[in-house]
Write a protein that binds this ligand. Structure first.
Ligand code: CAA
Length: 379
């Protein structure tokens, strides 16, 4: 057992921490308030190679391991949770399945531009009636000569409208259940592809979330990812990676809230002493720190396990379940420690509390994580 990071992982942490603290953190409040898409941050991530992290070197990426990406997610989320999910969706939900399941021609066509961030990726699985029940897809893809014609409506799509390339899941054979779902690459600008307005959300407000609408959207048959019927497996294996990313996002938000609470507890004086010296507050901090640390190692271990190969959905689900619970619980505690100041924008913890909630919902709710864990225990 080795709890030490490699020199490369330490260097990556230092680089992304500098970028996130110097460039993203000072603007997090502005992006939260305005809901503007943080293009400036995305361009910086691209400039420093963080949008090519899972892409092979031959296509211009840096091919980092999952633990390195996890470290980056944690550091970016500490500064700006909205920016972190934009990166996560591009890297883990879009580029990773593309690397794993795309063919050489598809990779040559798109991957160098995904690696530099010239193209931003998205993942379109969820539908109004296929949320937790992801297999209940209604979007259809019908083969017509050298094309597929797609019809349907995806919703809650992160990077919706702002992305350039979408992995879209659709039913190619209704009689085959999960084995009748396929995955396709759909380019922005394709006739029949349009978007809804950005949702007005409680948190991660600068990360745009829209419907993706497909109306007789004709794409080349060459845009099928892997084979017909592979879509559900692609979605599930992709989400195993994605859930590590969201666990890391939760971890980063929780750490930022803990840091803010510790800082406040040292400087806020009541009853003649800093409030950190009051046992009620000191114990809250101790519990927060312990649980954030436990979440950290569960998330890191899930990342390490994924890189060993093989299925690790139980450990991934445990890590996401725990880290997101910790993030929700302890951002709330951080607000409590700040008292009235925690409830106003200036101290940032109310934003963290709002941002944390989504980690219990997207890429599989906490209830779905429990379902995956218990199914593994009982099989
Ligand atoms: N790895 C590989 N294969 C997997 C798998 C995994 N992790 N999980 C399931 N499978 C396979 C199963 O082995 C099975 O294969 P066989 O038929 O060959 O045996 C097949 O997939 C079907 O599996 P299930 O019977 O378990 O499928 P199910 O319909 O019962 O659904 C579920 C399982 C876990 C509930 C799934 O629907 C699920 O994960 N739901 C949550 C959906 C979700 O997370 N959505 C997130 C949307 S993206 C998002 O949120 C992004 C964002 O905004 C940031």
């Amino acid at each position: 057992m080795d709890f030490k990071f490699t020199e490369e992982q330490e260097a990556i942490r230092e680089a992304i921490r500098d970028l996130a603290q110097n460039e993203f953190a000072p603007k997090a409040e502005h992006y939260d308030e305005t809901g503007e898409f943080p293009w400036e941050n995305v361009k910086k991530l691209a400039q420093y190679g963080f949008l090519g992290m899972v892409i092979p070197e031959q296509y211009g990426g840096t091919e980092a391991d999952t633990l390195s990406h996890t470290i980056c997610m944690e550091e970016v989320a500490k500064a700006c949770a909205a920016t972190s999910v934009i990166m996560e969706v591009h890297n883990t939900l879009h580029c990773e399945p593309f690397v794993k399941f795309g063919n050489d021609e598809q990779k040559a066509r798109y991957m160098p531009r995904l690696a530099t961030g010239e193209l931003l990726g998205a993942f379109a699985l969820t539908e109004p009636n296929a949320g937790s029940d992801a297999a209940n897809q209604s979007t259809t893809a019908v083969r017509d000569g050298d094309s597929y014609v797609l019809n349907g409506r995806k919703n809650f799509i992160s990077n919706g409208a702002v992305a350039d390339l979408y992995i879209v899941f659709a039913v190619t054979d209704k009689t085959k259940g999960t084995k009748g779902i396929s995955a396709f690459l759909v380019e922005k600008g394709t006739e029949g592809l349009s978007f809804g307005l950005p949702e007005k959300k409680m948190g991660i407000r600068a990360s745009h979330t829209t419907d993706v609408i497909l109306e007789n959207c004709r794409i080349p048959a060459a845009n099928l990812l892997a084979n017909e019927g592979d879509g559900f497996k692609i979605a599930m294996t992709t989400l195993d990676g994605g859930r590590i990313g969201i666990g890391a996002q939760a971890l980063g938000i929780a750490q930022a809230a803990l840091d803010a609470a510790v800082n406040y507890a040292k400087t806020r004086v009541q009853f003649g002493k800093p409030i950190g010296q009051l046992q009620a507050v000191a114990w809250m901090l101790a519990e927060m720190a312990t649980e954030v640390e436990a979440a950290r190692w569960m998330v890191y271990r899930a990342a390490w396990l994924k890189d060993q190969g093989g299925r690790c959905d139980k450990e991934v689900a445990m890590a996401k379940l725990y880290a997101s619970t910790v993030a929700s619980k302890h951002t709330n505690k951080a607000v409590q420690i700040h008292g009235g100041y925690g409830y106003i924008q200036d101290y940032h913890v109310e934003r963290m509390m709002r941002d944390a909630k989504i980690t219990e919902i997207y890429e599989g709710t906490s209830e779905i994580m429990k379902l995956i864990i218990s199914a593994n225990l009982l099989k």
